[in-house]
Design a protein around this ligand. Structure first.
Ligand code: FES
Length: 108
């Protein structure tokens, strides 16, 4: 189990590489911002407004712990040809302990 001052989860790239990210729990960022800062190639052209879907991820593990997506997020995910049941927009997920031990697949 993760230390309580850090949030840790696994990120799987489209090439199948898995990296464990471990972050302090006092930074106020979205998952999209964390992934960009970790040098994943996420354009995030809308800047986190749930409009571009370039931050599309699939939550392979732990989706039940996350906040429910907004209608705006769900509407955008509906337009994606590769959407899955556990698809989310990373810009709409806050970095907090609900992400502990999640597995996130990059789809964007
Ligand atoms: S950054 Fe554009 S939808 Fe998330």
């Amino acid at each position: 189990m993760a230390d309580k001052d850090t949030i840790s989860f696994d990120v799987q790239s489209s090439t199948g590489d898995v990296q464990r990210l471990e972050l302090p729990d006092n930074i106020n960022l979205s998952l999209m911002e964390v992934l960009k800062a970790s040098e994943y190639p996420i354009p995030a052209t809308c800047g986190g407004m749930a409009l571009c879907a370039t931050c599309h991820v699939e939550i392979l593990k732990g989706v039940e712990n996350l906040s429910t997506p907004s209608d705006t997020e769900l509407d955008m995910i509906d337009t994606l040809p590769n959407a899955a049941a556990n698809s989310r927009l990373a810009c709409q997920i806050r970095l907090d302990h609900r992400l502990d031990d999640a597995v996130i697949l990059l789809k964007g």
